[in-house]
Design a protein around this ligand. Structure first.
Ligand code: KE4
Length: 429
């Protein structure tokens, strides 16, 4: 290894020989903020450690799963014990129903569910199920919401509200994109218009109940209730994509916080305790359209994987048994951090809009309120990139994009609050 290069730089160059961009998921490449991504060697609690011996306070938490912090002992022990019994069987195990029972206890709208290996699989499968159950082809999603990388979800808005979606990525055929209608978030009129334009043609509406993938954007008052009423009136299914918000905003996710009863829910991230796991579930009459009971096919070699089930069970058991103080603690710590940095920015004349729901938040570098993707896009991403780099140099690792949510874990305590506020004072000065 060349002495002059930092280890992470050397590892990046090596990774680029085998992996496009040196990464297995694009956002990790730091293209939106510039500079080299540190290579992590290990993590513990609220901290990540890189190949050059640097320690970072972690505010992206593996993009959501690590709500209990890294290497949480009960989860580590559960994974180790499961691994000693064999990693995967491709056969039924009791732990699948054990975790499913915990999920249905936390999400009363989920009468039946199926485990998959990622949030993408959960959303892709839920959409196929909605189309199979209703016999309709069109799907409504919202700009700025991300539901994984299946073709039907990599679509951007056509010119008008009811116009056909257009591919949002190379490799997505127009014939696929045309059945996805992308509307502005927090705009119920647009939803009413698209149902009026396409009566009896829309299978489902899928939405992040609190958007995390445009940065954090809460639903306007009455918005989610409006989606529920409109979809029910038109016989379309409402799918809440709670891959990020599930077990994050409360034990019952956003649907518990906002009192919404969706037809289907997708889950991921926290449900696997850091291991590959997703799930989709909801009304039993809809779920029973799935093979082997019904005509909608869906399958997966590692679905219900023993190690992922063990990690998820250990995680959910801890969240359930410490619910009250755990979620109020996350709320308080996150408010102090998110609003505290907002105040520091205001003191030095830098406009930042702070959007926060529970323990997910975003500092938007704009003086406008951020209520949908177009207002999020008014942010000064160059300033955000400079802020990100300055915070990283100060040992605070924020998600490397203005359009991502930051997360606080139960491992973030008073010392971590002091550290991030101090780092922000220097970074924003
Ligand atoms: P995965 O396939 O990445 O497990 O889940 C897709 C997904 C679905 N729904 C929501 C609401 C999500 O936030 C995600 C994944 N989120 C991104 C972070 N914004 C994953 C990080 C990445 O792409 O590397």
């Amino acid at each position: 290894m060349s002495r002059s290069l930092p280890c992470s730089r050397h590892l990046q160059l090596r990774a680029e020989r085998f992996l496009p961009g040196g990464v297995d998921s694009p956002v990790r490449a730091f293209r939106a903020v510039g500079g080299d991504p540190p290579f992590v060697t290990h993590a513990e609690g609220a901290y990540l450690f890189d190949a050059d011996g640097n320690r970072y306070l972690d505010f992206f938490g593996s993009w959501g799963p690590m709500v209990l912090g890294h290497a949480f002992p009960p989860v580590v022990e559960a994974i180790q014990a499961a691994a000693a019994r064999g990693a995967s069987f491709g056969a039924s195990i009791a732990a699948e129903a054990d975790l499913a029972e915990l999920v249905t206890r936390c999400f009363p709208s989920v009468e039946k569910l199926r485990f998959v290996s990622s949030g993408t699989e959960a959303c892709m499968s839920a959409i196929r199920l909605a189309r199979g159950f209703t016999g309709r082809n069109f799907v409504v999603k919202f700009e700025g919401c991300y539901h994984g990388h299946s073709d039907a979800m990599l679509v951007k808005a056509g010119s008008g509200v009811a116009t056909l979606g257009i591919p949002g990525s190379a490799g997505v055929p127009a014939e696929t994109a045309m059945h996805t209608l992308a509307l502005p978030f927090n705009d119920l009129e647009a939803v009413r218009a698209v149902f009026a334009a396409r009566p009896d043609q829309i299978a489902c509406v899928i939405v992040e109940p609190v958007v995390g993938n445009a940065g954090t954007i809460p639903p306007a008052a009455g918005y989610l209730q409006g989606l529920r009423e409109i979809t029910a009136r038109h016989g379309a299914l409402l799918i809440l994509d709670e891959v990020m918000t599930g077990f994050r905003l409360s034990l019952g996710g956003a649907q518990q916080v906002y009192g919404i009863n969706p037809d289907l829910t997708t889950l991921g991230k926290i449900i696997g305790g850091g291991l590959p796991c997703g799930a989709f579930g909801g009304r039993a009459d809809v779920m029973e359209f799935l093979a082997p009971l019904g005509p909608v096919y869906q399958a997966g070699t590692l679905s219900g994987n023993p190690l992922a089930m063990a990690a998820g069970i250990a995680t959910l058991r801890h969240l359930i048994s410490h619910e009250e103080e755990l979620y109020s603690g996350l709320e308080q710590t996150t408010e102090i951090i998110a609003e505290g940095v907002g105040r520091v920015a205001k003191e030095v004349g830098i406009p930042i809009t702070v959007n926060r729901v529970g323990s997910m938040f975003t500092w938007f570098f704009t003086d406008q309120p951020v209520t949908d993707f177009s207002s999020a896009a008014s942010s000064d991403t160059v300033s955000f990139g400079r802020f990100h780099r300055a915070m990283l140099d100060a040992g605070v690792w924020l998600p490397p994009s203005q359009y991502e949510a930051a997360f606080v874990s139960t491992a973030h305590g008073q010392a971590e609050v002091g550290k991030v506020l101090e780092a922000a004072r220097h970074a924003l000065a």
